[in-house]
Design a binder for this molecule. Structure first.
Ligand SMILES: Cc1cc2nc3c(=O)[nH]c(=O)nc-3n(C[C@H](O)[C@H](O)[C@H](O)COP(=O)(O)OP(=O)(O)OC[C@H]3O[C@@H](n4cnc5c(N)ncnc54)[C@H](O)[C@@H]3O)c2cc1C
Length: 543
């Protein structure tokens, strides 16, 4: 047999095994770019399989081929000037979104001749702040601080604006995956010395019917900390590296010109820049102003509560164990108790649509009920302190359909970068803040800040966290739709240590769900067959 014949033979023999992966992979590549119709995707898939048979393209390249074809298509359309942003629908793993307006459709042009960014007349009484900066970052949370820090470290003149004065609190459980220290090694020592960090090596999960699992690890799963300290430390670091920070500046809108963009504050000041990074959180204005969406719809939001109370008042039964009640009361959501060094942080979260339709009432009532239940179960002792209570929105519907526009990039909560079923968003805010800054710095160096020059931002974040976020949404939809499934998963994981470890690694973004799907299914089956074949069949249907 010749080498060529052998290649064809191997390709054909492998088809039954690879086809499901190819379909998933390839359709993902296409759908992520343009939300292509099934018929067109099938046509391209046929082409791909033909290439596969000829041994030209290796398994796993489908995604890249899909991207290349569609990116070329987009460029062509952009060049002809005939295309607005695509509607945010039908991308695999990401939620349907309303059709976007044209990029910049809501953005107002700078008055004047538009030749010099931000130097034109803008509005009666407006005070143009000169000189501006190459980049204005709106928002000084983890996303904005990381963006400003990265830009300043690359020598880009950077101005960060935040409506609050720091240290400021942000409603949050304050838990971050331990991997954050590996991902940002330059910050590890700094954070350990400036922020009180508590290491979590044990996580107890409980299902709605009381099924329970204790996951333990030598390496910490999570770090817990206070957001007042953590966010202030990151911002101080950005300042130390060279970013200018102005506090108590609330940005209300963006003003665009041919070669610049400016952020206008509520007091009328106008801050000029060549590029703006929106890191202004879940209620941010930058994405809206750039035409990247009209704000998160109700079905893409959760309402999460928290209170950070001193251990003297409210104390977890085990100060080293995180507690998560997944599918709490059979609702689409969770309750949590996170021990910190000198505090405990606890709360509940529900899909906002469910909360409005089925629960309603003051969020504190649901919060207090959860803590009363947790006390009855021996998870905490002591009392909830309503003075420390806050409720806030969390984007749980996946990233915006598009996260860049002319002269604008959005990151963190402002762009919806939150794990869909754990609710973890600090890590993703830091990662996307850094990636947005790197994209911005590269674009400035090339002197091109239009949407096409910033498109590589999406490729960067998709490469690093795209899979995790898409998978997290798939998991969220299944678990929130059938909370009883949580019990099934917990029981299976409790019976199989490797399965438990695998699920923990998926939740921490260290393992790719799709790559390990086969092993997961087999382990689930083995665990479930011990409990009866019909239960196993039900479970496999749902994986
Ligand atoms: C109750 C609750 C619990 C959570 N628990 C966890 C957890 O345990 N772990 C985890 O990883 N994630 C958790 N999250 C999510 C996490 O808090 C967010 O994902 C994270 O804070 C996102 O960071 P960010 O920098 O994008 O936005 P933010 O931290 O919200 O920062 C945005 C900043 O922008 C500023 N800003 C907003 N608008 C303007 C404006 N117009 N002009 C100027 N400045 C503006 C704000 O003042 C703020 O400082 C939780 C969220 C909630 C609501």
């Amino acid at each position: 047999m010749t080498r060529r014949e052998a290649t064809i033979f191997v390709s054909l023999a492998g088809l039954p095994f690879i086809v499901p992966h190819v379909v998933e992979d390839f359709a993902g590549g296409i759908a992520e770019r343009v939300g292509l119709a099934t018929g067109a995707a099938a046509f391209l898939l046929g082409g791909y399989l033909a290439l596969q048979v000829w041994g030209i393209v290796g398994v796993g390249q489908g995604r890249r081929v899909g991207w290349v074809i569609t990116v070329l298509g987009e460029r062509g359309l952009d060049r002809r000037g005939g295309r607005g942003p695509r509607a945010g629908g039908s991308r695999r793993g990401l939620p349907e979104r309303r059709a976007l307006r044209g990029v910049g459709a809501r953005a107002r042009p700078l008055a004047g001749d538009g030749r010099r960014a931000g130097l034109a007349r803008v509005a009666p009484g407006a005070r143009v702040v000169r000189p501006g900066a190459d980049v204005v970052v709106v928002g000084g949370g983890p996303a904005g601080a990381m963006a400003a820090m990265t830009l300043a470290a690359r020598g880009v003149s950077t101005l960060l604006l935040d409506k609050k004065r720091f240290p400021r609190d942000k409603p949050c459980g304050g838990g971050i995956r331990y991997g954050v220290l590996r991902r940002f090694p330059a910050l590890a020592d700094y954070l350990r010395t400036t922020v009180e960090i508590h290491e979590i090596r044990k996580v107890r999960m409980e299902g709605p019917s009381g099924a329970s699992l204790l996951a333990e690890s030598d390496e910490p799963f999570y770090l817990t900390l206070r957001r007042t300290e953590f966010d202030a430390a990151l911002l101080a670091r950005a300042r130390a590296v060279g970013a200018r920070v102005l506090e108590a500046v609330r940005v209300t809108d963006l003003l665009f010109s041919a070669d610049g963009v400016a952020a206008r504050a509520v007091d009328g000041r106008v801050f000029t820049a060549r590029l703006v990074i929106g890191a202004d959180g879940v209620n941010g204005v930058v994405a809206r102003q750039a035409g990247l969406g009209g704000g998160f719809p109700v079905d893409a939001l959760a309402i999460d509560t928290m209170e950070e109370t001193e251990l003297a008042e409210l104390v977890p039964a085990d100060p080293d164990t995180m507690y998560v009640a997944y599918g709490y009361k059979g609702y689409p959501g969770y309750g949590y108790v996170f021990p910190k060094r000198r505090h405990v942080d606890a709360g509940v979260g529900f899909l906002l649509s469910f909360f409005k339709e089925r629960l309603d009432g003051p969020p504190y009532e649901h919060h207090a009920r959860f803590l009363a239940d947790a006390r009855a179960r021996g998870v905490v002792a002591g009392n909830s302190n309503p003075k420390n209570f806050k409720a806030y929105r969390l984007p749980l519907g996946g990233p915006l359909a598009r996260t860049y526009a002319d002269r604008v990039l959005v990151c963190g909560d402002a762009a919806g970068f939150v794990n869909g079923y754990t609710g973890e968003g600090i890590y993703h805010a830091m990662v996307t803040g850094q990636l947005a800054a790197e994209t911005a710095a590269d674009a400035l160096a090339r002197g091109r800040c239009g949407a096409a020059a910033l498109a590589s931002y999406e490729a960067r974040w998709r490469r690093e966290i795209g899979r995790e976020l898409a998978d997290s949404l798939r998991i969220q939809r299944r678990l929130f739709a059938r909370p009883a499934l949580v019990d099934t998963v917990i029981r299976a994981a409790a019976a199989d240590r490797r399965l438990c470890r695998l699920l923990a690694r998926v939740a921490l973004g260290e393992e790719d769900l799709r790559r390990r799907k086969f092993e997961l299914v087999v382990r689930f089956l083995l665990a479930r067959f011990r409990r009866g074949p019909s239960a196993a069949r039900r479970l496999v249907d749902s994986v």
